[in-house]
Design a protein around this ligand. Structure first.
Ligand SMILES: Cc1cc2nc3c(=O)[nH]c(=O)nc-3n(C[C@H](O)[C@H](O)[C@H](O)COP(=O)(O)OP(=O)(O)OC[C@H]3O[C@@H](n4cnc5c(N)ncnc54)[C@H](O)[C@@H]3O)c2cc1C
Length: 368
């Protein structure tokens, strides 16, 4: 029976980011992944790092999102240097489009709130918007959100896994954890389908599937999947440089002429099959916003399951069982929030306290 200081359940971006940090501090880490690392939500995502575009007025995680974004510059540089992979980390910002005064007014409270917090958000007339992005449709005004970034999340996952391996993280792949085991005093390890693995600490980062992992005497964290459809279009030349968002869709330009278009928000359980209706809706929205995309090639389509808690906020920190913590429910912002989540969880393990005030995100809010 192999033993670890820390076992991490789930090799998505949250699990791998934490594994990398802990291993860098000399902790013996095992990541147990039922498939291959980074093939679920962390693969399906668009890679937007968008504190501004995602924030509603007064968002309780706005500062956490901004703090995480601040960590990305150094993380991307370190990973690129370690692995030689191009992570497509880009800083052009987001254009948040509105078609009419009614749409503008729904965006305004958050924009004004963020300006009050010192973020230099600019409003652009339809003409100014077209000057910045000549291929967008006529008549669209925009808020320019200069702090938002993007990263190629699939390349990021590859780099994270490579970096983890280099730091000595052991990946146990094709293995499903069914239970976190404890002796009443504290965690003793995890139970798999055919074996047990001992560990002094266990972290559940199993994404949308986290609730299926049992722990005697502890109610599972109530995480549910929220399905999103996505597609990729390809043109010989990039049709725009900014991330483009509106009420209808978002479009994320990658290097070369690829554009990621997303996404739907569907309560469909664990069904990941792609459906014609949502994909058609995304294609129409993309073409309406940027007419030249009518000539692009449909290169790919897929779906993913966002891990969501009932209040839509992340669930971070220790549970009532000594040595067992969770990092779940990152919902629409798990790529963005991965670096700060890893810092918080690793500090908790190594020093017993969080570097960031996260009382509102503790798992105990659901009674566990
Ligand atoms: C369509 C879509 C678009 C998105 N766009 C963005 C975006 O632009 N920006 C952003 O910040 N976020 C985005 N997100 C959200 C982001 O992808 C997620 O919040 C994030 O990937 C969650 O990471 P995770 O590691 O918690 O989960 P996952 O990546 O799902 O990883 C969980 C892992 O746990 C494994 N696992 C599950 N159960 C077990 C078990 N019992 N035993 C062993 N292994 C197990 C799974 O196989 C999986 O690999 C998007 C999500 C979707 C679906």
């Amino acid at each position: 029976m192999p033993g670890f200081d820390t076992v991490i359940i789930g090799g998505g971006i949250i699990g791998c980011s934490l594994a990398r940090l802990l291993a860098g501090e000399g902790v013996k880490v095992g990541v147990i992944e039922r498939g291959a690392p980074g093939e679920e939500a962390s693969w399906a995502a668009a890679g937007m790092l968008s504190p501004s575009a995602e924030a509603g007025k007064g968002s309780p995680i706005f500062n956490l999102c901004r703090a995480s974004l601040k960590l990305y510059g150094q993380l991307a540089a370190e990973l690129q240097a370690e692995t030689d992979l191009d992570l497509g980390y880009r800083s052009e910002g987001t254009l948040l489009l509105f078609e009419n005064e009614q749409e503008r007014e729904t965006m305004l409270p958050s924009m004004e709130w963020q300006r009050g917090a010192g973020i230099p958000i600019q409003e652009l007339s339809a003409q100014e918007t077209r000057e910045r992005e000549p291929h967008l449709a006529d008549g669209l005004g925009a808020f320019y959100l200069p702090e938002d970034h993007q990263i190629d999340n699939r390349m990021l996952m590859q780099a994270l896994v490579a970096s983890c391996r280099r730091r000595g993280v052991e990946f146990l792949l094709g293995k499903t954890v069914t239970e976190v085991e404890h002796n009443g005093q504290g965690v003793t390890g995890v139970v798999l389908e055919k074996e047990k693995i001992s560990a002094r600490r266990v972290v559940n980062t199993a994404g949308a599937w986290a609730g299926a992992i049992r722990t005697q005497g502890l109610a599972p964290t109530p995480i549910r999947p929220v399905k999103g459809h996505m597609l990729a279009l390809e043109s010989p030349d990039p049709p725009f440089r900014h991330v483009i968002r509106s009420h209808r869709c978002y479009m994320v330009p990658r290097l070369g002429g690829r554009v990621i278009v997303g996404s739907t928000m569907e309560e469909a359980g664990f069904d990941k099959s792609p459906r014609a209706g949502p994909l058609t809706g995304l294609l129409r929205a993309a073409q309406k916003t940027c007419p030249v995309l009518a000539e692009s090639t449909v290169a790919d389509f897929w779906t993913g399951l966002r891990p969501a808690a009932p209040d839509g906020l992340p669930v971070l920190g220790p549970t009532a069982i000594e040595g067992y913590s969770v990092a779940l429910g990152h919902f629409r912002n798990g790529i963005l929030l991965a670096p700060i989540t890893a810092q918080i969880l690793s500090a908790w393990q190594l020093t017993g306290k969080s570097p960031f005030a996260v009382d509102a995100l503790l798992p105990q809010r659901f009674g566990g």
